[in-house]
Design a protein around this ligand. Sequence first.
Ligand code: ADP
Length: 259
Amino acid sequence: MRAMQTESRKVSRRRFLKETALAVSGASAFAHLRRGLLRGAGNEFGVVVLLGPPGAGKSEQSRRLTERHSIPVISTGDLLRDHVRRGTPLGLQADSYMKAGQLVPDSLMNPILEDRLSQPECERGFILDGYPRTLAQAESLDALLKRRGLPPHIFLIEVPTERLLKLLTGRRLCPRCNRTYNIYFQPPKKENLCDADGTPLVQRPDDKEEVIRQRLETYQKETQPVIEYYAGQGRLVHVNGDQPPDKVAAEIESKLTPP
Ligand code: ADP
């Protein structure tokens, strides 16, 4: 079965290459080819789920994955922050939970996520950053992915607890392009300015020490069972997050590529 699928992928890939060669030329051929291989003929990745404690670098790794594989990142934290910024009814309710370092209830979280995942660009796959965070969320994600026939790759980015505090208190981000930095481990070239677009960097309001402690506690209590759930089913892939982001990215990549 697997051999047949691989063979039919090879055939459609060959056909795609032939059609591409006839249709376009030069640099645009290359761009067209790459897009096609990642989307239609050869997107073997489907859904990527990144788990890990706050500060483990999930959003940095999502950004790198989306650049490499052209599948969208769905960050539930970003989706919620966007609702808060726009002052929507959902955002107004979510805000108090986020400020306290607690999880937003599923009755608010799940409709926002489902709406986002129903958009056409998510059809062939996506990267999930920050979801699932509870057992109930893991189960509803399983049901959703089963309906859509998209098996997930589940990664756990592991970082020793003593390092997390520094990672979180030192975290800065660009409000324009969402690139993340760390004043201790990965500072921008010019102090407090984004390398990519020169925008002044900001600190997230929930990156204050007392809120950080609460977020780490919430992670232990609510998300640890999710990790045990996936591990128990043999679906969890461990990644060492205690190394430079390039190395973390390389490790994810090597474990993502099909054999
Ligand atoms: P981090 O992983 O560093 O804590 P996120 O940006 O992922 O940061 O999340 C920020 C906040 O958004 C969380 O503390 C929580 O209040 C809320 N949140 C994000 N994802 C979820 C989720 N899947 N379920 C409930 N609340 C969430």
